[in-house]
Design a binder for this molecule. Structure first.
Ligand SMILES: C[S@@+](CC[C@H](N)C(=O)[O-])C[C@H]1O[C@@H](n2cnc3c(N)ncnc32)[C@H](O)[C@@H]1O
Length: 240
């Protein structure tokens, strides 16, 4: 029997695409951010805040930060100010509309701060080796219409992963994520945690805020989950 069920990635795309264009109240949770970091961030980003905590509170000046599922870019632009001009922030999201919203203000926010330290990349957070921006440019230049071309594309992808990974191994001090990991297909969760570990420097940290209960009928206003998990890479230490 034919099925019309969407897979988790299709569901995320169709839910968060429109939510980038128009504020979606049902996706918003109340979160208190440090107001001093919000002044340079435009309202259209702040109002399309679909996070459930504030991992940026656990960052330090000079750090290199990776934001998984960066959405409209709010945490990236707050993190940008916490890490300062000596630090760097990379946001990854697979949703075109969310990336467009975040990228639309990158230049003006950097200009207002006096430095530019935020990059926004298209990709899947469970596979941080493949840059979908580069993949789409390759597809535009060399469309795939035959099996031979498909084989060539697969070979190109394998080479990219090896020689030009979207996020290099051991290149990140802190991985943050705000209300995203719960959206990843359970079958991809193990790859996701493997990727977080791969990209972290020795002694690097992970700071996640996420929904940790699915039993409450109304999440907004009733669940406020902050910094649910934090762990250190390769040091053997765990903290919460
Ligand atoms: C609930 S929103 C949170 C956005 C942002 N972190 C915030 O605090 O506003 C979830 C975001 O994660 C992205 N996302 C979900 N699953 C993803 C995946 N597997 N790979 C990349 N992005 C993903 C969605 O496109 C969406 O922008």
């Amino acid at each position: 029997m034919a099925t019309t069920e969407m897979n988790p990635e299709q569901a995320v795309r169709s839910r968060y695409g429109p939510a980038a264009a128009e504020k979606e109240n049902a996706l918003c949770c109340p979160v208190d951010y440090d107001p001093k970091f919000l002044a340079v961030i435009p309202d259209e980003i702040l109002e399309r805040d679909y996070g459930c905590g504030d991992p940026s509170r656990h960052l330090n000046p000079g750090e290199t930060v990776l934001d998984l599922g960066s959405g409209g870019g709010k945490i990236c632009y707050i993190a940008s100010q916490v890490v300062g001009p000596e630090g760097r922030v990379v946001g990854v999201d697979m949703n075109d509309e969310m990336l467009a919203l975040a990228r639309a203000h990158r230049q003006s926010i950097g200009d207002a701060l006096g430095y530019h330290n935020v990059e926004l990349k298209k990709g899947k957070i469970q596979d941080l080796t493949l840059d979908y921006g580069r993949l789409e440019a390759r597809l535009a230049a060399s469309p795939v219409t035959t099996a031979a071309e498909l084989d060539e594309l697969e070979a190109w992808k394998a080479k990219e992963r090896q020689e030009n990974p979207m996020i290099a191994t051991a290149s990140i001090d802190v991985v943050v994520s705000n209300c995203v990991l719960n959206l990843v297909d359970p079958r991809a969760k193990s790859a996701l945690f493997h990727e977080m570990h791969r990209v972290l420097e020795k002694g690097g940290r992970v700071v996640i805020s996420d929904i940790v209960s699915d039993t409450c009928p109304s999440i907004c206003g009733t669940i406020r989950s902050y910094g649910a998990v934090a762990f250190r890479a390769r040091s053997g230490k765990t903290c919460s």
